[in-house]
Design a protein around this ligand. Structure first.
Ligand code: DAH
Length: 318
């Protein structure tokens, strides 16, 4: 095994050690964490040096005018790093595939939106304090990088509402990048990904929604899961719920260790009405949750900031 591979393996072993912090007596945790961090930094530094020296070789320039085949004979000492898909994109594709298998259409969100789609179309009353929970950025023209993928609900409902007339249901998921004015720390990022779900039919129920969500999470984590809901508040759903899963044992969870994965609920009649759908005839449910959170749990990441850092040492682990 070359030096870099050895260091990577060491880093992986060390990363697993972090999970053990739970078993350490509370007063010793600080010291335990500091020791691990020091070891980790030493390994990361050694990796950086190993990478640099791997790159520090004389490379013959490639003759781009040469006929096919000649360029294949690169010096054997040449070491180039091959890029790979970002883990967030790989996982987002997995998420979308699961919903597609369940019959959902996919509509992409956008990275700039407006006040109407961000708030008004979602039944946020003017000046209502609930708007503060979605503090994001604004351009000088007053456009808004969306704070959630729910900004797409109104467009999806309008674009698909003819289906209802034909006796079909609306079933759409909306992946997208979202932005929040956050104090960034290990569990909060200003930029992350969400996936929204929107379902409307004549007679859908909350039970169906919970069934869909359970199915999704069990497919994603490839195992049976315990789920739980608790009351939530969103102006665009009534009633509103928070949806939790019990952290699987295989991912270091203990019994009773529930994690909130998304917000959901029955679509508020005002939201349907604003999109030209009669709430006396049709009902809907919707949900939205972070992709980063799914990925962090899957890979045991302890810091969300890795995901948007562009840190090559991190990305090469995938
Ligand atoms: N948009 C909410 C958020 O980011 C999550 C959410 C809650 C989405 C309820 C929904 C929903 O579609 O029905 O906090």
């Amino acid at each position: 095994m070359d030096e870099l591979e050895k260091l990577k393996a060491e880093l992986k072993r060390l990363n697993a050690e972090y999970a053990k912090i739970r078993e350490v007596a509370p007063e010793k945790r600080g010291e335990f964490g500091r020791e691990l961090n020091a070891k980790k930094n030493a390994i990361l530094e050694a990796m950086r040096l190993a990478e640099e020296s791997a790159l520090d070789v004389e490379v013959e320039p490639i003759d781009i005018t040469a006929p096919c085949g000649v360029n294949e004979e690169l010096p054997t000492t040449y070491s180039a790093f091959q890029g790979s898909a970002h883990p967030l994109m790989t996982e987002l594709d997995r998420v979308i595939s699961i919903y597609q298998l369940m019959g959902f259409d996919v509509v992409e969100s956008r990275q700039l939106d407006d006040e109407f789609h961000m708030f008004d179309s979602l039944n946020f009353a003017k000046e209502h304090p609930a708007r503060d929970g979605y503090d994001t950025f604004r351009t000088e023209e007053g456009l808004i990088p969306p704070a959630h993928t729910s900004t797409m609900q109104h467009r999806v409902l309008k674009a698909y509402r003819d289906k209802l007339q034909n006796g079909e249901e609306i079933a759409v998921v909306v992946p997208g990048r979202v932005y929040r004015n956050e104090d960034v720390d290990a569990t909060h990022e200003h930029t992350f990904y969400q996936c929204e779900g929107v379902y409307v039919s004549r007679d859908c129920t909350m039970g169906q929604m919970l069934g869909i969500l359970r199915e999704f999470f069990e497919k994603y984590y490839k195992q049976k899961l315990n789920i739980r809901t608790q009351p939530g508040y969103f102006p665009f759903t009534e009633p509103s719920l928070e949806f939790l899963i019990e952290k699987p044992k295989t991912l270091g969870g203990k019994k009773g260790d529930f994690l909130e994965m998304l917000g959901c609920g029955m679509i508020h009649p005002n939201v349907l009405k604003m999109a030209g759908i009669d709430p006396n005839e049709y009902h809907g449910f919707a949900w939205g949750g972070g992709i980063d959170r799914l990925v962090m749990l899957k890979y045991g990441l302890n810091d969300i900031r890795y995901l948007e850092s562009g840190n090559l040492n991190f990305l090469k682990e995938f």
